[in-house]
Each structure stands twice: as C-alpha cells, then as structure tokens.
Write a protein that binds this ligand. Structure first.
Ligand code: IMP
Ligand code: MG
Length: 460
C-alpha cells in the first residue's frame, strides 16, 4: 500500500512553482484509486501567496490561481487550514465559489486566526509610515501576525463562528482604536461593516471548524494521503530570511509539524527551486542582473500572481538554495521553469564578496555563507567552470506560461515520456554539479506550467 505523505516548500523568495507541484502530488494520490482520502493542508501565510496551476480539462487549458485555499481545491481534494495560517474567510468563500458540497471536506483549525479587512487597511497604512518600504502584498499579513503575538487582539476561528464573535470583535477594535483612528478609520463604522461583511461567511464556514491536529492524525492512521503545501520561500521567512524584507510567518518546513500534529519523519520534504531566483517586493538579491532579467522576465511572464508586479529575475544562486535546503530539512529538490532558460547561458553563484571584490584593491572578503545583510554583498563569485552553462538550446519555444497551445503541449508530453535520461546534456550536467554543491538530490524537473509537465528522475 502506498500512502503519499509529501510536503512541498519553497527554496528562494517564493513563486518557485509550489502550487503546481503540490497539485501533482495530490493528483498522484488520487490516481492510486485506493479508496483513501487525499487532503491538502496549508500551514502558514495567507493571501499574500498566489499559487498558479494550469490544468487540462476536456482539451482546454484552464488557469487556476488560489490565495486562501490549498491547491487541492483544483482537484477536489479535502482541504486543511492550519492554526498558524493568516486566514481570510472571505477569500476562501470566494474561491469555493458555487461548489456544490464541501461538507466534511474542509477542516479549519479551531485555533486558526481570522484576518479581517482592517488588517489589510493597516498593512497599507503602516507601509506608508515606514522609512524603508518592505513592498508588502497589502494582504494584511504583517498586522495579522502582530495581533497573533499580541494575543488579546487575535480572534480564533472557533470564536469567529460562535455567538461570542460580536462582543470579541468589539473588544478587539476597542484595543486597536488608537492605531485605527490614526489611520483615519471610524471604529464604530468599521465594527458595523465588519459584522455585515462576515455574517454570511461565518454561517457558510461554521461547520468546518475542527480540532485539526486530531483530525490529521486520524487521516494519517487511516492510511489517507496528506500533502502539506508551503507558501512563500525560505528567504522570506520571518527569522531566517532577508530581514527586514521578509514576510511575517514562519514558513520553514519544521514549523509545520509543530502545529499540525504530524511527524516530520513520516513525510518526504520536497523543496521547490526555480532555475533562476525571482523576487517581488523590496530587498536585496545578489545575483540580480539587468541583462539576464531582460532576457527572462517578459518571456517567462514573471509577474506576481497576488500583486501583478514584475518579479526581478537573477542568475542561479546556489548558496541560497543550499542553505534553504538544510533549513527546511529537505529530502529532495524539484527544479521548475527549466523551459524558461532555453538558449540562455547560466552561471551559478557559489560565493559572495563583502566589502570589495577580488583585485579591486579594497581588500574584499569572499564568503561561502549567507550573511544577515545580503545588501552588504558587493559581488557574486560565479565558479569559473560554471560560467556559460547552456541548459537547453534555443529558441525559447517553451518560454511563456500562457503559450500553451497544443503543439507545445505535445512537445512537453514527449519530454515527460522521454524521462530524465533524455533531457539535454547541458541540463543534466548542470543538475549534477548543482546537487553536488547543494547536497540534496534533484528528483524532478518541471518543463512546463501545466499539471504533470514534470520529468521525474525515478519512478515513484
Ligand atoms: P507580505 O507577506 O505581504 O507582508 O510581504 C512581505 C514581502 O514578502 C514582500 O516583499 C512580498 O512581495 C513578499 N511575498 C509575500 N508573499 C509572497 C509570495 O507568495 N510570493 C512572493 N513574494 C511574496
Ligand atoms: Mg506565488
């Protein structure tokens, strides 16, 4: 009996393609057709995440973007929302749409905190008050986690769906009054609006309130399939990322197990790595290169799914990937967007210069660890024999995620069929050196945006 217990997390600054990979894990579980359930669980973050998936339904390719719901929603799996998620109930209800029947199939932890409109409002307002901008997605994530840490201004889901909600909301708004008024909000009016906006939503979601840690243990013991879906990437972690330009959640894989009632040793942790890192929002990215960015960003459609902002693209940075992999305790790596670097020469960063570069007379230092302040990096050391690596020959016929016509799909299907050994030599050599440096095996390479356009190294 195969029980699929997979975890999918991000190794860079988010947008690595976790949504697609999580959907593939769920799809694979469903194909087993073994009468077991499949549940996809989110454990942190909120609607700052935008997970995109292309899925072929009756010959037509559909694009699905989720923010609040785990990607499993696209495949009709059971869904779980963990206690450390910044949960936006209005967004979830919108993503559920007119779906016929979710009863018994969505589990929201009774402990999960609810994110309200005023969190988003304060997110925008606080950003205007800051000297150094973070470039948040404006989805209320920072103010939400402040309330979680404040405790008395945090509203757990169980309270939200109960009769105690109006009184609790009133108390919370009273406590937040000074800041809300500074941001120009009429607190009385806000109370009225919030109650009104949430009335139907509370009713729709009330039956999904669960003691999630016990339910997930039951799934596990029953041999059901569990996919844990991460959001953002290790470099955006509140503690271990490029602080202060990070998100407010703890997104490293080990944190998930502390809140879901599941055990790390039961799971395979896949860290998703986009061939080239991207960043949306502020903060340093040492391997950013204007020329490389110009060659990749428009063709690859590197635009934020949550915000519509352009993502900055850089050369591969193996120092970051290596560190993210051990912080996540990843078992293996899945490389995505390999189709977006056709015809381009890559180089991989393996060291950073701090305070001047080689031979510039400034006495710079070369380091091979990721420092607290990536902004202090003055240059990247690209290992000479890693220079000019062409993974695929051009032209970029597989480049744009929207370029998904039938001919391209057939090409990709042939590549998936051909398997790992039939991938171009340049790509395989790259992976060989990559895995040696990073210290984890690359188990799969995604070569297109649609479900299952992924080449696996081993038959799982
Ligand atoms: P926040 O999470 O909205 O507070 O945004 C903080 C930083 O994290 C900003 O630079 C965002 O662009 C970035 N960020 C947050 N979520 C994501 C994501 O899912 N993908 C990429 N960047 C993200
Ligand atoms: Mg995204």
């Amino acid at each position: 009996m195969t029980q699929i217990l997979d975890m999918i997390v991000g190794g860079q600054w988010g947008d690595e393609g976790k949504g697609k990979i999580a959907a593939e894990a769920a799809w694979r579980a469903q194909q087993l057709n073994d009468g077991k359930r499949t549940v996809v669980v989110r454990y942190q973050g909120g609607c700052n995440a935008g997970h995109t998936l292309y899925i072929l339904i009756e010959g037509k390719l559909h694009k699905i973007v989720t923010h609040a719901a785990p990607m499993g929603i696209a495949l009709n799996t059971d869904l779980g929302i963990g206690p450390d998620v910044a949960f936006d109930p209005v967004a979830l209800v919108n993503e559920m749409g007119e779906h016929p029947d979710y009863s018994g199939r969505i589990m929201i932890s009774e402990r999960t905190g609810v994110l309200f409109g005023y969190h988003k409002l304060l997110d925008g307002w606080r950003e205007t008050q800051r000297a150094g901008k973070i470039g948040t997605t404006g989805r209320g994530i920072g103010p939400f986690y402040v309330d979680a840490a404040m405790r008395s201004t945090h509203i757990p889901f169980a309270v939200y769906v109960s009769d105690a909600f109006p009184k609790k909301l009133e108390e919370v708004l009273q406590q937040k009054r000074m800041e809300l008024e500074a941001a120009g909000v009429d607190v009385r009016e806000l109370f009225r609006e919030t109650m009104e906006e949430h009335e139907a939503v509370r009713e729709r979601l009330a039956s999904f309130c669960e003691r999630l840690e016990y339910r997930l243990r039951e799934y596990h013991e029953n041999g059901d399939h569990i996919i844990i879906e991460g959001a953002q990437g290790a470099m955006l972690d509140r503690n271990m990322g490029t602080i202060p330009d990070v998100t407010s959640s703890q997104l490293l894989a080990p944190h998930a197990f502390a809140t879901l009632g599941l055990r790390r040793e039961d799971f395979t942790i896949y860290m998703v790595e986009k061939v080239y890192p991207t960043r949306v929002g502020n903060g340093p990215m040492p391997t950013y290169d204007a020329e490389f960015n110009a060659a990749v960003q428009p063709n690859a459609g590197e635009v934020g799914a949550s915000t519509g902002r352009d993502r900055r693209c850089g050369y591969p940075d193996w120092l970051i990937v290596q560190r993210s992999a051990f912080l996540h305790d990843a078992d293996a790596i899945i490389i995505t967007r390999a189709d977006n670097v056709q015809g381009l020469d890559l180089k991989a960063g393996v060291g950073y210069w701090i305070g001047g570069q080689l031979n510039d007379g400034m006495g710079g230092e070369l380091i091979d660890e990721v420092p607290l302040d990536l902004g202090a990096v003055t240059g990247v050391f690209y290992k000479p024999d890693h220079f000019g690596w062409r993974l695929w020959e051009g032209p970029q016929d597989l480049s744009h995620p929207e370029a998904v016509d039938a001919e391209l799909r057939d090409k990709r299907a042939a590549k998936v069929q051909g398997g790992f050994d039939a991938l171009p030599d340049g790509l395989r050599t790259y992976l060989w050196r990559h895995d040696e440096f990073v210290g984890k095996p690359t188990m799969a390479v995604s070569i297109g945006p649609a479900l299952n356009e992924t080449v696996w190294r081993v038959d799982r």
